[in-house]
Ligand binder design. Structure first.
Ligand code: HEC
Length: 152
């Protein structure tokens, strides 16, 4: 019993201490001139889908959920966001080359179809990202049209 109490005590101490390790949650300012939905003048419905299902990890407009304020969950959330932005950041869309845009749109279509995106773990806590089949089709069609007309 004594050891169990000690283990519990030190676990709590460590848990309390790791809360002080800073996690940067400040979003970079948005430049509307290069922001995907602005540049593409994305229709309201599609805009809502992209913003609701992708923007938390693939833009500089991340809205951090409450659970993102507790270490070590905050570290995992932040690393997904960093990684997501590295792969595709809609906020800086117009700074990408044509080739990069084309490849990102292709991958977006693939990942939406295969249900790799939005990340399955994220959907559990974000109802708006739990896209229906019809919503997935809408998004895929939107990106595919852009690919076909080469208007990325
Ligand atoms: C919870 C965070 C999160 C959300 C929400 C999310 N993504 Fe991602 N996305 C990631 C991470 C992390 C990666 C990089 C690791 C990987 O490929 O799994 C990634 C990678 C990608 C890639 C690159 C894949 C590759 O093969 O290079 C594309 C494209 C993508 N996401 C599109 C989307 C689209 C479109 C949405 C919305 C429908 C979305 N993601 C929603 C976190 C997210």
């Amino acid at each position: 019993m004594k050891t169990a109490k000690k283990v519990l005590f030190w676990t709590l101490v460590v848990f309390a201490l790791i809360q002080f390790i800073p996690v940067d949650k400040v979003n970079k300012p948005i430049d509307r001139k290069v922001n995907f939905v602005e540049v593409k003048n994305t229709p309201e419905k599609i805009r809502g889908l992209i913003k609701g299902a992708c923007y938390d990890c693939h833009s500089n407009e991340t809205v951090y959920p409450k659970y993102a304020y507790f270490a070590p969950i905050s570290w995992s959330v932040k690393s997904h966001i960093n990684e997501g932005r590295e792969h595709l950041n809609f906020s800086v869309w117009n700074t990408y080359s044509k080739e990069l845009k084309e490849s990102m749109l292709n991958k977006a279509v693939q990942t939406i179809q295969s249900k790799a995106m939005p990340m399955p773990g994220y959907i559990v806590y974000h109802k708006e990202a739990n896209l229906s089949e019809a919503e997935r089709t809408l998004l895929v069609q939107y990106f595919e049209e852009m690919l076909k007309s080469k208007s990325y």
